[in-house]
Design a protein around this ligand. Sequence first.
Ligand SMILES: C[S@@+](CC[C@H](N)C(=O)[O-])C[C@H]1O[C@@H](n2cnc3c(N)ncnc32)[C@H](O)[C@@H]1O
Length: 394
Amino acid sequence: MSTDWPPQFLYTVCQCGVEQALKQEIAVGPVDARPAYSRPGFVTFKLGKPCDSPEQFQLPSTFARTYGFCLGKVVGDHLGELARQVWQWPAVEQMMAVQPISDLHVWQRDRKPPGFRGFEPGPTILAGEVEAGLRECSQIDGLKKLSGDPRLPSRRNRWVLDIVLVEPGEWWIGCHYSSRRLDCWPGGVIPFELPEHAASRAYLKMTEAIAWSALPAQRDDLCIELGCAPGGAAQALLEHGLRVIGVDPAEIDPEVLAHPNFQHLRRRSMEVPQKALRGVRWLAIDMNAAPAYTLDAAEAVVTSKTARIRGMILTLKLADWKLAAELPNFIKRVASWGYRDVRVRQLATSRQEVCLVALRSRGQRRVQRGSRQRRRTDAAHASGSNGPHLSVDM
Ligand SMILES: C[S@@+](CC[C@H](N)C(=O)[O-])C[C@H]1O[C@@H](n2cnc3c(N)ncnc32)[C@H](O)[C@@H]1O
């Protein structure tokens, strides 16, 4: 593998078992890249030609949790020896001569799917030890000083050196530019933990979906969730300040049921009366059903005369990975309801499913930021383009 700068190899990180769907997605996508080395949860690609502007590079992908440029790998038995090899690695030195590195991300390749026997992707003790060792022998003062706390994101729009612990004694070296929110977290995983009071694991999924999408919901906005039992996702929405109508024929966790901002409609999604949708602004769906059924249910709500749905978070179950090829059609269908900003991602906490987030316009994403930032006048969002902004992940 040639590891010159500008780079010609990519690494991608995905959930275990999703490698084929990821390769297929890249094969038909806009980036000219062919699969190279592959292990469960870790796939490299060779670009058709070296990347001219690495800072601007984007790999549109539902299944790549994160990605970056691949600089090679080091192999050895001792942490200190491997760490020294990293800093002396020619491609790393070459890269650092062109781009200053301002942070270091270290993580382990997933060994199991999320939720399997308690496994959740995220920081590990080993990754923490490797990171400490690397920082200790780094020649870059800024890297030595950083706390390396996995609960703090890196800064935006900086170069980050990546170390992926692919096998014991085999570290893959990469780098990426932190242009997106998720690029600021090692391995593209925001380290959420399932609290004891959570009614289900769906709490984690909804927490991650809200964070990834930067859901521009206001306090006390009304959300309807179809397929809400036992109520973990509803808890996350309630903790985010929303009022929730939960629709499900199954039983709800007593703690959720007792929440003053939660109302249970004990029925199926298609039996929700029109009047129950009055004032509803957000829609969440997490039913154990085929994507077509979930989308039918979503369409029934968004086209109802009483609801004014500003945005939605849909879980699309991919019982068969062949359904991944249908994702562009699912996105188009949601866009046809008047949602111009549609994104799809396999969340780090998701199993065999993807999360679709749709907003009426991309400008909605700025609603929350607007209170913190002065109004920007950049042309990117002020553009007069009328076409929908459709993407698999941003
Ligand atoms: C994966 S669980 C939902 C987990 C839930 N979101 C949570 O936070 O705990 C799927 C749920 O979908 C519900 N479901 C399946 N078909 C449904 C339908 N047509 N209408 C409403 N709920 C449905 C099931 O009863 C089940 O509780």
